[in-house]
Write a protein that binds this ligand. Sequence first.
Ligand SMILES: [Fe+2]
Ligand SMILES: [Fe+2]
Length: 171
Amino acid sequence: MISTAMLNLLNDQIQKEFYSAYLYLSMKAWFAEQNLDGFANFFNVQLMEERDHALKFYNYVIHVSGKVELQAIQAPPIDFVTPLSVFEESLKHEKFVTASIYNLVNQAIEEKDHKTSAFLQWFVTEQAEEEATAESNIRKLQLIGGNTQGLFMHDAELAKRVYVPISPPLV
Ligand SMILES: [Fe+2]
Ligand SMILES: [Fe+2]
């Protein structure tokens, strides 16, 4: 049986992952408004991945016979400044999520809850990937600077990103 402390953290994480999807949904809208459809596509894939993360936690709570307690999702920012600033905000948010995942891992280790600890390892790897992707985009956008041609080339690059459902999809 999973502990109440662990269960509460897992339920909190469902909310954080849905908020991530909400934040990226907002970023997608901002890029669509700027007619940067490749960037919008990137954040569309991003938001679908975050929904999957939320569902992965949700399914795990059900899998361990815990009670799913869905929480309110706060409104994300709607106005952004530049493509670079969006990725900087995205990186900041991913670091916040990484810290949260680490907190869950610490709790699982402390409780010797090896099942939850094993489940969480997928997210540890995923967060490293998420931060690396945001950092790479930041570096490229810093190089591009105010160069419009470079911006459109990067937009074309991001248009190629394709959504791949996570595997295994549940727990
Ligand atoms: Fe996530
Ligand atoms: Fe993420």
